[in-house]
Design a protein around this ligand. Structure first.
Ligand code: PEP
Ligand code: MN
Length: 265
């Protein structure tokens, strides 16, 4: 496979411009709300990122929701607004693309296209992202194996897009005490098998706010090249995933811990 270390031994480095990288040997921190909700919220999260030296912000504008009646995102207009505020602050944008028709309209406003767990094996979407000259982060499928995640990455890579990031976000198991089962095992295994950077998502991985920090740090110790976690000015009021979202004080503390642990790794 092209994404395997056998094909390419040197770790892949993703250069997002303005000195922002996702690569082996650096610690990427990506935070922000589950959903982009308003201009006011965008400004607050951008300020939080700037204050803490966080250069990448996450947030969904097209949301894959279990219930069709739940908030489904601000759409392309929300992304445009977000981009105008974030780019001015030097913050890169990580957001989910749900279908092929969105790739082009999102292109000017996105730095990393996120492929969500539910679309991890949407092979048409992966094929199209293979033709794009922008970074793609693929999340592990809800019940996806490590091998299936690597095969999904292979679709994009073999299509010509080598700016690829893998994300462990937990899988569905028989365990009901947590939202998902964060598979920390996947991190060293993916790092050993592939030259691509690996990011850990403890928010969706455990789904419980109080335990997000320790799972984030466990992911760093397991060898992750970055952490993506949800934060919001008032998590209890978030339109989605508030139960697993950190407030800004918790997020600032976690970002500092991540850097400290990474430096000692
Ligand atoms: C998200 O990042 O908010 C999200 C929907 O994640 P996942 O696809 O991993 O469920
Ligand atoms: Mn979420």
């Amino acid at each position: 496979k092209l994404v395997s270390k056998k094909w390419k031994a040197k770790p892949t480095s993703i250069d997002l411009g303005d000195g922002v990288f996702i690569k082996d040997g650096e610690m990427a921190i990506i935070t922000g709300p589950c959903s982009i909700e308003s201009e006011e919220q965008i400004r607050k999260v951008v300020d939080h990122c700037v204050e803490n030296g966080i250069r990448m912000m996450r947030g969904g504008v097209f949301k894959p929701r279990t219930s069709p009646y739940a908030f489904r995102g601000m759409g392309i207009e929300g992304l445009k607004l977000w981009h105008s505020i974030a780019s001015e602050a030097g913050i890169k944008i990580v957001t989910e693309v749900m279908q092929t028709s969105q790739i082009e309209e999102m292109y000017p406003y996105v730095d990393i296209y996120q492929v969500g767990a539910r679309n991890s094996q949407n092979f048409n979407l992966l094929d199209e992202l293979g033709k794009v000259d922008k970074a793609v982060m693929i999340k592990r499928g809800i019940s996806g194996t490590i091998e299936e995640l690597l095969q999904s990455a292979e679709y994009v890579f073999s299509g010509g897009n080598e700016k690829l990031i893998l994300c462990e976000r937990g899988i569905r198991t028989y365990e009901k005490a947590s939202r998902n089962t964060l598979d920390l095992n996947a991190i060293p295994i993916l790092k050993a098998k592939s030259h691509l950077p690996v990011i850990v998502d403890p928010s969706h991985g455990i789904g419980i706010r109080a335990y997000v920090p320790q799972m984030a740090l466990a992911g760093v110790m397991a060898g992750a090249d970055g952490v993506i976690y949800e934060s919001h000015e008032i998590p209890e009021k978030a339109y989605s995933d508030g139960q697993q979202t950190l407030d800004f004080a918790q997020s600032a503390r976690l970002a500092a811990w991540i850097r400290e642990i990474f430096d000692k790794r």
